[in-house]
Design a protein around this ligand. Sequence first.
Ligand code: DGL
Length: 277
Amino acid sequence: MPGDFHPIAVLDSGVGGLSILREIRRQLPEENFLYFADQGHVPYGPRPLTEIQSFVRGIARFFLLHDARVIVLACNAASAAGLHDARRTFPQTPFIGMEPAIKPAAERTRKGVIGVITTKATYQGELFASAVDRFANDIEVVTQVCPEFVTLVEAGRLDGEEVHQAVQSYLTPLIEAEIDELVLGCTHFPFLTPIIRAVIGEQVEIVDPGPAVAQQTKRVVSQYPNRSRSTGSVTYFTSGDASIFHEIAQQLLDESIDAQQVVKVRWVDGDVVEFLD
Ligand code: DGL
């Protein structure tokens, strides 16, 4: 991969961040991208925040070796655990992070009850508590941790009886609480939107943070213009199995990806290196 592309770099524990990459590419189609799926460590959700922090630092170092000019944490768990730490560790690098979109949901709710589905790391992080404090003080926030959704999306299982049942059982408490806004607090979840919609009904607004994160990325990127060639290229890295990533990414993005665009990497002593057979 050429070193003069000054790409926008996007990371997630796995394929979830593709829901964010898709939105960013829609808004910035000319840009070059790197996408990192840390599938050797997925899921991040159940892990201690300090461990996730060290993953984010390792991936950021790898991105900077590849001349990344902006880094997007397209992962709520990575942002909850590692955004502040990454900004402190790499003060020259602009980082874009995310938090569950509690603000728009709290502003819109008519019933005063919103639901948030997320993972444990995000729920335990400071960003979550502070978003509830700042924006949802006077309403009820019903939170549900849904680790199984991450596993389903990683396996490309987006429909069928078993998926339906899992979604039904996680969402039942939220339906019973009569929420009218449902915040997707994990970037894997937008890929389950059709089945979530089927279970939750038409009356509940589903809040996907992708477009807002893409807007924010566009704003930040405009302050760091690319002085190199922009070709709209995407290179994908995975610390898991490259052929499985290739297959699932094509399914989720609904586009064909050249196998050459997917590069296997591995972790060595806290750093990411490209895999050589
Ligand atoms: N996609 C992720 C998020 O937004 C991480 C899910 C996980 O690995 O547990 O939080």
